[in-house]
Design a protein around this ligand. Sequence first.
Ligand code: DI6
Ligand code: FE
Length: 405
Amino acid sequence: MTNTTPKRRLWRDIKVFDGLRTLPEAMAVVTEGAQVVSLVPMREFDERLAKGCHNMGRGGVMTPGLVDCHTHLVFGGSRANEFEARLEGASYEEIARRGGGILSTVTATREASEDELLELTRPRIEAMIADGITTVEIKSGYGLTVGDELKMLRVARRLGEVLPVRVVTTLLGAHALPLEFKDDSDGYIDLVCKEMIPAAAEEGLADAVDVFCEKIAFSVAQSERVFEAAEAHGLPIKIHAEQLSSLGGATMAARHGALSADHIEYLDEAGIIAMREAGSVAVILPGAFHTLRETQLPPIAALRKAGVPMAVATDANPGSSPLFMPTLMLNLACTLFRLTPQEALAGMTTHGATALGLKGGGRIQEGCTADLCVWDIDTPAALAYAVQPGRLRQRLFQGELTHAF
Ligand code: DI6
Ligand code: FE
């Protein structure tokens, strides 16, 4: 006879950060199969709840599995040389204009096969999984031909099949102008709109479409054309905007109902209002700010005041944020951007999920999916306070225990 009863697991006396706030009392949590089925204060705990449950231990802190809503994890090559050049005084923009930067990663990514890219990316994601990630977004954008962009997206999809993590894919064909289109950026945007987006949609490879809207990349008008093509294929949109200058990309994206506008160091008041009206999430990326030694801070206080939800992500990529440690971002979001630890945690759980269109994701509540982390810390704020790998005690993905330390 097969056992059809899903496994029940019980944690006692645990502090819970539910994705928005820390619950005031120590809790008991029960999962059954892939779901959280009960969340009760210890004070109300009844031993009958423990019946048939596997005992998962006591104490520590439980959070939703972390959600990294903005990464460029699939890439070939390395940019350590560019790191050295920047230390000697070259700026990110200068390097990009010289054909280095993103374009050097494009060359290495085009040269790699799908299988090679998969093996290059696997350890990067495994490191993030061991730091608590259960959902990760992965962008294309280092292929810049139809075939190479689809190759990157296929690698991303396959990683979600072979690793215990939910992968959400984003087509970022409009990331940089490839050399073949030098002096013809509108021609390249035509390719993105007329071939890349339709092909990615046809194969079901993209969950969203993103654009790098910046002086060294694409204009607001070009970004808008990409969004119109995405909309025609029923794909949600996001934007890299106001990272190095204020062009108004976030405002335009909000008018198109963007899931998120990301970076936004130079976001102005009109942009904040447009984002609030549209319900777009502000994705802040302290890793890129840190790596590029930026000085323009994103308008955190104004976003908070306006009630625009703020997500925090790694932006993990080989150039502007070679930082593959989600919990470090919690720390940087607090130290560099003055988020509270609770805001940073909500940014890597609930609001990260919203930025991916995963409604109800990144939460701990009765009926939610059991994507959970249990940490060896005494208060949720400790996750942002100390940069200290090795504190993940247990990780559950869709109710399955994938890591126990
Ligand atoms: N903004 C970023 O932070 C990444 N892409 C983008 O549009 C950087 C990508 C890289 O430098 O390779
Ligand atoms: Fe990025």
